[in-house]
Design a protein around this ligand. Structure first.
Ligand code: ATP
Ligand code: MG
Length: 372
């Protein structure tokens, strides 16, 4: 592919300076534009969209510092290099703070100019490449989400529905052996659906789609509702599930749907990885800036060497009694992402054979007096 020649805009009130810079740059195979003062310079920045702007700091009228700032506003990816007199090294430092890429003290040799311009252009190339890669990544992620949700999920839902109709005997009697196999197939399909749904959650979180507006929420309310919903899960294993002490203030800044998901995950784990006749206790505490929710279980616990990894995607602790328990290993990684997207954090402490405590810290929400 034929590469476009980079354009350098030289803004300086001294004609001799403009001419000499242009000559050096043209010999380098670069294109040049010139402007004799700051305001003409800025017009040309807008018009010609140069790759790099070389600007004298000391000019009458709109000075170099202003040109620098405005150029960054027009396009933050344009590289700016300032030319300074010897006496103004301090202003060069200020210019760098304002986003100048580099500075060139007067007088400078053609070589010094060439080196700085080459480096600046190299930086520009890298920045543009990074930017286009980022855009491409976002595009792939978005189309991945669409692909998974439409092309994969929809046919699965349809297959499940056919199974339901067959199992329900609506298209004729299903003999025992066949029914058994269809039920097995449906269960496998259900696991696959769960996996896809978890996947979608992860992808949506990565592309920042879920958490857009946070509002004050009562954690006590969310957790009470979850406990009611999960009651049936606790029956088989004789596990008790209860909400213990709650601080007076339980309001956090949060997104209801995703926070429900966090606690649902933690509570499901506490039930799943518990022991018969075990206990799950949830408490809500408050400190200066945070509300902390503790989900404590009397379960099988997690060994120290596994602890650092349990929040990783697809990580499941391999242990005898665990193998029977179904799961994708995504629950905690999703929970962590959600909590962190809220600016909060999640911690775990665990003792093998005794149980685990997962603690979620979330920023306090404002007191909503209108509801009091
Ligand atoms: P799912 O995606 O369905 O939640 P999962 O429960 O296996 O699957 P995570 O919730 O991410 O995935 O948990 C990761 C692993 O950490 C689990 O497989 C389990 O071994 C361990 N673990 C999580 N919570 C507990 C707990 N309360 N007690 C003991 N082990 C736990
Ligand atoms: Mg889980």
């Amino acid at each position: 592919m034929l590469e476009k020649k980079p354009v350098i805009l030289v803004i300086d009130d001294e004609e001799a300076m403009r001419d000499s810079c242009c000559q050096i740059l043209l010999k380098e195979g670069l294109l040049t534009e010139t402007a004799e003062d700051g305001s003409i310079g800025l017009e040309k920045v807008k018009e010609t969209k140069p790759d790099l702007v070389l600007v004298d700091l000391k000019m009458p009228g709109v000075n170099g510092m202003e040109v620098l700032e405005k150029t960054k506003e027009i396009d933050p990816n344009i590289i700016t290099v300032v030319i300074t007199g010897y006496a103004t090294v301090e202003s060069a430092v200020e210019a760098m703070k304002k986003g100048a890429y580099d500075f060139l003290p007067k007088p400078f040799t053609p070589d010094q100019l060439r080196i700085i311009i080459r480096r600046g252009l190299e930086r520009r190339k890298l920045t543009l490449e990074t930017e286009s890669l980022r855009k491409e990544k976002k595009l792939i992620e978005d189309s991945f989400i669409t692909m998974v949700s439409h092309q994969l999920r929809s046919p699965l839902v349809a297959i499940m529905q056919y199974f339901e109709v067959i199992i329900g005997g609506m298209v004729g009697e299903v003999p025992g052996k066949q029914k058994e196999m269809i039920l097995k197939a449906r269960n496998r399909l259900e696991s696959l659906m769960n996996l896809i749904n978890d996947w979608l959650d992860v992808a949506r979180l990565d592309s920042g789609q879920i958490i857009d507006k946070l509002k004050p929420l009562s954690l006590k309310k969310i957790i009470k509702k979850l406990i009611d919903d999960m009651e049936p899960l606790t029956k088989d294993g004789y596990i008790s599930l209860e909400l213990g002490s709650c601080s007076k203030n339980d309001l956090v800044q949060g997104d209801e749907e995703t926070l429900e998901q966090v606690f649902s995950n933690l509570i499901t784990n506490a039930i799943r990885y518990n022991k018969p006749k075990g206990r799950v206790l949830i408490t809500i505490k408050e400190n200066k800036d945070f509300i902390a929710v503790e989900v404590q279980d009397t379960g099988i616990g997690i060994a120290k060497d596994h602890l650092p990894f349990i929040f990783d995607q697809f990580y499941r602790v391999k242990r005898g009694e665990d193998q029977k328990i179904k799961g994708t290993g995504l629950g905690l990684s999703i929970a962590k992402k959600i909590v962190e997207a809220h600016g909060g954090s999640i911690q775990v402490s665990s003792e093998i054979g005794k149980g685990s405590i997962f603690t979620v810290f979330l920023f306090k929400g404002e007191k909503d007096d209108s509801k009091a």
